[in-house]
Write a protein that binds this ligand. Structure first.
Ligand code: ATP
Length: 454
C-alpha cells in the first residue's frame, strides 16, 4: 500500500513540477519569504481572486471595488496604529543564531532563555515592527520614509468618503479590494503559507453603530458558505475566536476561519468587528470629517462601524492545493499506472478548463483537434497536448487539475463527435463537437465536490 498521506513536501514538489509555484530567484539560491507563481499558479491565483470578487461584489448589490496604491501617506500608518503596534516579539539564539517569534516557542524555553533548537542562550525579547520601510524621492532621510502596506484595508478606509460620495452609496455598504501586502515576517516557513510578500482579498463593510453585531454574524455566515461553494471539505474548516490576549488593538470581536493544513489547523481568514476605530482614527489624524450623513434619516451623522473579512489570496491558493490533492488508485495491474495524482479543483478556479487531445498526431487528427481547440478558446482556458500515450496525457492533466479533456479520434473525422472525459469520475461521454461549450458550461454550473479516498 502506497503512502497516500498528504504532506507539505508533496505539495511543494507538485507545485514546482507542474508550474504552480517556484522559489523566488531560485538560480541564486532563493530568497526566503518570496515565491514566484508559474503558468498554472498565476491562472489559479487570478481565478481564485475572480471567484472571490464575484462572490463579494457581483453577488452583493451594495459592495463595490477599489484598487488603491501600495504606497500610502506615512501618516496612514500612524493613524492605523501600525507604527506603534504592528510588532512581533523577537528573540535570537546567541549560539546558533536562530531567530524565533517569542510567542511561537514553548513558554518553558522562553522562561529559561534556552534555545529550543540547540539549547543555547536566548537574547531578551524585543519588539520588531513588521512593516517594510523605504524612501520616496531621491533623498534618503526621515522625511521621505514610506512603508509598503502591510494590509490592503487602509486603502479602503482612506477612500471611504470618495467611494461613498462618487457612487452615492448608502449605509450599509462595502468596499472590496484584492492586492499585495508586505510584512517583514520573522519566521517564514511552510511554503507560501507565511511569506513577506503576499496578496490579500479584503472587504470592509460599513454599518450603523448598534447594528454591527448583526452584520458581524451575517458576514461570518457568508464567509463560511463561500468555502462550501468553492467545494472545500467543510470538515477541514473550523472557527477560532480570538481570546482577550489575541485581540488586535482595533478589534471588538474577532473570529478566524481555520483550515487543516498538513501542519495542522491554521488561520485562513479573519472576520473582525473593528467598531469605529479606523474611521475615528483617520478623522483624528487627517482632520477630515469621516462621518456619514444619513439623508434618509433627518441627516443623522455618525462614524460607521466596520466589519471586515480579510482573506489571504496566496494562502487560499495553498489551501486549494492541499484540499484538491489526491493520490488515487485507479487500476490493479501492479505497476505505477495503477495510481494517479489528481487535483480536484472546482472547475471555476482550475488553471486549465479544457484540454484538447488528438488520439494520434497523424491522419489529420492533430489538425482537427487544433481546429476544435480554436473554437473552444474563445470561451475557456484551453490546453493542447499531442505527445505520448493518451493515458499519460490524461494523467498530466489530472495533475494540474484540468476538469475536462476532449479527445479527438477517428470517429470524430467521420461523424464530428468527440469524447469528453470528466477528471473526477474519469467517465467519458460522446457528444457532437458543436455541443462541447454548452456542455462544459453546464457541467461547471452543476459541479459537486467529488468523494476522496483521503
Ligand atoms: P498572524 O497572526 O498569523 O501573523 P494575522 O492574524 O496578523 O496573522 P491578518 O492581519 O488578520 O493576519 O491578515 C489577514 C489574512 O491575510 C490572514 O488570515 C492570512 O490569510 C493573510 N496573511 C497575513 N499574513 C500573511 C503572510 N505573511 N503570508 C501570507 N498570508 C498572510
Amino acid at each position: 500500500m502506497a503512502d497516500t498521506a498528504l504532506t507539505m513536501d508533496k505539495i511543494v514538489s507538485l507545485a514546482k513540477r507542474r508550474g504552480f509555484v517556484f522559489q523566488s530567484s531560485e538560480i541564486y539560491g532563493g530568497l526566503s519569504g518570496a515565491w514566484d507563481y508559474g503558468p498554472q499558479g498565476v491562472e489559479l491565483k487570478n481565478r481564485i481572486a475572480r471567484f472571490w470578487w464575484k462572490e463579494m461584489t457581483q453577488l452583493h448589490d451594495n459592495i463595490v471595488g477599489i484598487d488603491a496604491a501600495i504606497l500610502m501617506h506615512p501618516r496612514v500608518w500612524h493613524a492605523s496604529g501600525h507604527v506603534e503596534n504592528f510588532t512581533d516579539p523577537l528573540v535570537d539564539c546567541k549560539k546558533c543564531k536562530a531567530r524565533f517569534r517569542a510567542d511561537q516557542i514553548p513558554p518553558e524555553n522562553l522562561a529559561a532563555k534556552k534555545c529550543p533548537e540547540c539549547g543555547g542562550e536566548l537574547t531578551e525579547t524585543r519588539k520588531f515592527n513588521l512593516m517594510f520601510k523605504t524612501t520616496l524621492g531621491p533623498v534618503e532621510d526621515e522625511s521621505g520614509i514610506v512603508y509598503l502596506r502591510p494590509e490592503t484595508a487602509q486603502g479602503i478606509y482612506v477612500n471611504f468618503k470618495n467611494v461613498q460620495q462618487s457612487n452615492r452609496m448608502k449605509i450599509p455598504f462595502g468596499i472590496a479590494q484584492v492586492g499585495k501586502a508586505f510584512r517583514n515576517e520573522i519566521v517564514t516557513k511552510n511554503f507560501i503559507f507565511r511569506t513577506c510578500e503576499f496578496e490579500q482579498m479584503e472587504m470592509q463593510f460599513f454599518v450603523k453603530p448598534g447594528t454591527d453585531m448583526e452584520w458581524f454574524e451575517y458576514w461570518r455566515e457568508q464567509r463560511w458558505n463561500y468555502y462550501r461553494k468553492l467545494g472545500i471539505d467543510m470538515d477541514k474548516l473550523r472557527w477560532h475566536q480570538h481570546g482577550p490576549d489575541e485581540l488586535a488593538h482595533y478589534a471588538k470581536v474577532a473570529y478566524d476561519i481555520e483550515f487543516e493544513f498538513p501542519m495542522g489547523f491554521k488561520e485562513l481568514e479573519g472576520v473582525h468587528n473593528r467598531s469605529d476605530y479606523d474611521l475615528s482614527r483617520h478623522q483624528q489624524f487627517s482632520g477630515k470629517d469621516m462621518q456619514y450623513i444619513d439623508q434618509d434619516n433627518g441627516n443623522e451623522r455618525y462614524i460607521p462601524n466596520i466589519i471586515e473579512t480579510s482573506a489571504g489570496l496566496t494562502r487560499q491558493l495553498l489551501m486549494l492545493l492541499c484540499d484538491a490533492y489526491e493520490e488515487q488508485k485507479v487500476a490493479d495491474k501492479g505497476n505505477e499506472d495503477d495510481w494517479r495524482t489528481v487535483l480536484h479543483f472546482h472547475p471555476e478556479v482550475a488553471p486549465i478548463t479544457v484540454a484538447v487531445l488528438p488520439l494520434m498526431k497523424k491522419d489529420g487528427l492533430a489538425e482537427l483537434a487544433q481546429d476544435i481547440r480554436a473554437e473552444l478558446k474563445e470561451d475557456f482556458v484551453t490546453d493542447y497536448d499531442q505527445s505520448g500515450a493518451i493515458g499519460r496525457r490524461y494523467r498530466r492533466q489530472d495533475e494540474v487539475g484540468t476538469p475536462f479533456c476532449v479527445t479527438i479520434d477517428y470517429q470524430t473525422k467521420e461523424d464530428g463527435t468527440v469524447t469528453l472525459r470528466d477528471r473526477d469520475s474519469m467517465l467519458q461521454e460522446r457528444l457532437p463537437r458543436a455541443r462541447i461549450s454548452e456542455y462544459v458550461r453546464q457541467k461547471i454550473k452543476d459541479y459537486k465536490r467529488a468523494e476522496r479516498n483521503l
